[in-house]
Design a protein around this ligand. Structure first.
Ligand code: ZN
Length: 359
């Protein structure tokens, strides 16, 4: 054995014991409270897989200090993991960069830092950028791009073309912001007709745009719910499933899997325990989330069992009001066999909710 190797091994062992010992110390001078340290825990959000696809919980609109966010990129990955998400996209503004004097002027840097963290904890991180212009065009996220620096162009339509050349998915952000009007302008009609917009935010931050559900059907766009997060998640959203997310039904948990599902439009927007998107996907998800047990065939007493973490609003039988079917709860109701049960929080159009027969 090489004479230098043994001392090296002993040094490693010593350092290993030493650092391990530091972490475990418990004596009269230091008391540790590991129960207060939540960084290695995450919400286990139970939303079932459907149609042979994995249901992935995603946020495709995330900012860091490299644009006008307040958080370092690797922390974005950690907090999303804590909250039970499976995928995030880093989408710093191309045009809005208040910290560019003190941070490196490279539009790819925030993704690179976040991606390294994603790799370390087994989480998919997607490279994106936000093309940020005034209405009528508004803001658009380019996802799955290769080089964000090439999107730094004076003409936003050229930036979109560059993103498309790189294989990008173009997401139309917050169509109802900042003027509280959700409008499809001629520029959007043109881009959609040329297949240059593929998805649209139905929900952003804390606000929904109800007309967008109908646009998704009319223009064949994927419905998306994002946080557009600028501050820490912990001071914006409280508790399990509070942060908005897009459910993506993917053949596999990988960047390629997410990309294929997005271009195929297999998504639902989930925010405030409201699901929005295509009727068939909503029905599949409800059917996979709940089961029923018939208690009394004669008087129609049944139990509806919710095995998911989504709280459903059900209206059935002679009840005038909807009742919450809480996560992991059983609701006993009386409904006639073959009668309709409405799911008021599952929307496939503006003011159109899913109806199912449960027995
Ligand atoms: Zn944004």
């Amino acid at each position: 054995m090489n004479s230098k190797i043994l001392p090296f091994i002993f040094t490693c062992l010593f350092l290993g014991l030493f650092t391990h010992g530091i972490a475990q110390i418990q004596n009269d001078e230091v008391y540790e409270y590991p129960n207060l340290n939540a960084q290695d825990y995450r919400y286990n959000i139970r939303i079932p897989d459907i149609g042979g696809y994995k249901t992935l919980k995603c946020d495709f609109h995330v900012h860091t200090v490299f644009s006008d966010g307040k958080v370092w990129p690797d922390q974005r990955v950690k907090e999303a993991w804590n909250e039970g998400l499976d995928v995030i996209a880093i989408t710093d503004h191309i045009e809005v960069r208040p910290n560019k004097e003190i941070l490196i002027s490279d539009h790819n840097k925030s993704y690179e830092i976040a991606k390294a963290q994603g790799d370390a904890i087994g989480m998919v991180v997607i490279k994106g950028a936000e093309i940020t212009r005034q209405k009528p065009l508004g803001h658009l996220n380019a996802l799955f791009i290769q080089d964000a620096n090439k999107l730094d162009l004076p003409d936003p339509l050229e930036a979109i073309d560059e993103a498309l050349k790189q294989g990008g998915f173009i997401l139309w952000n917050h169509p109802g912001w900042p003027d509280d009007k959700s409008t499809v302008y001629p520029i959007h009609e043109e881009l959609i007709a040329k297949k240059k917009i593929h998805g649209v935010e139905l929900f952003n931050g804390w606000e929904a745009y109800p007309k967008v559900i109908d646009w998704c059907k009319e223009y064949n766009l994927a419905p998306i719910a994002n946080s557009d997060i600028h501050y820490t998640s912990a001071n914006l959203y409280r508790g399990k499933l509070a942060r908005p997310m897009t459910l993506v039904f993917a053949a596999e948990y990988s960047e390629e899997g997410v990309k294929e599902a997005l271009f195929a439009g297999r998504t639902l927007a989930l925010y405030n325990h409201t699901l929005s998107g295509a009727e068939e996907l909503l029905k599949s998800l409800i059917e996979a989330s709940i089961s029923t047990r018939v208690i009394n065939e004669k008087n129609g007493t049944i139990e509806i069992i919710n095995n998911s973490d989504i709280s459903y609003e059900v209206k059935c039988g002679g009840y005038m009001y909807a009742r919450p079917l809480y996560p992991q709860h059983v609701l006993r109701v009386k409904i006639d066999k073959g009668s309709d049960v409405e799911f008021l929080n599952c929307l496939y159009g503006k003011d159109k909710n899913v109806t199912l027969k449960l027995w």
